[in-house]
Design a protein around this ligand. Structure first.
Ligand code: IMP
Ligand code: MG
Length: 174
């Protein structure tokens, strides 16, 4: 156990308030990065008081391994045009930063009015590529984590808390 359900809930409510205050008077488009961010995004959205819409992107990351390949590929693009929209990327975790820095460059080229990032978790020790993240839920140590959307080999996303992957769980999933 690294972050309990109650701590997640409290921090996400705070983030929701901060983001709502920042975007007051504007309409927000949340862009969720599939699949891990879905859980965080659904909870965060319910704390937003500004009008908001959602869309999703899927980009390739680790597959079943626990280390970044550095290769980023769009598997599913946005359905809508983000030109002149206020876009907030919602991500589960920033590790090396490779995925997000690619995504930011890609979305910037589509001329949004504003583009910011909100990530539930970050592992600063692992950063290879700097990314400007406006809102962060929790900084965590350099451990592989699962739960609350985060997977190992597609498993354990349904845990209601964030935990560190143990050897027993690796054996169970592989
Ligand atoms: P980055 O490109 O190295 O920043 O990787 C970001 C992506 O890798 C995240 O969106 C996750 O899908 C995945 N990832 C990174 N660290 C973890 C972890 O500890 N547990 C589960 N997935 C992770
Ligand atoms: Mg991800």
């Amino acid at each position: 156990m690294l972050i309990e359900e109650t701590a997640l809930r409290a921090r996400i409510a705070e983030l929701g308030q901060e983001i709502s205050a920042e975007y007051a008077g504007r309409e927000l488009l949340l862009v969720g990065v599939l699949k891990g961010a879905v859980f965080f995004m659904a909870d965060l959205m319910r704390h937003l008081t500004v009008p908001c819409e959602v869309d999703f992107m899927a980009i390739s990351s680790y597959g079943a391994a626990t280390d970044s390949s550095g290769v980023v590929r769009i598997l599913k693009d946005l359905d809508i045009n983000i030109e002149d929209r206020h876009v907030l990327i919602v991500e589960d975790i920033i590790d090396s930063g490779l995925t997000l820095s690619y995504l930011v460059r890609n979305l910037e080229s589509r001329s949004p009015a504003t583009l910011e990032i909100c990530a539930l978790l970050t592992k600063p020790e692992r950063r290879e590529q700097d990314v400007d993240v406006r809102w962060i839920g929790f900084e965590i140590p350099n451990r592989f984590v699962i739960g609350y959307g985060l997977d190992f080999a597609e498993r354990y996303r349904n845990l209601p808390y964030v935990g560190v992957l143990s050897d027993e769980l690796v054996a169970e999933a592989t």
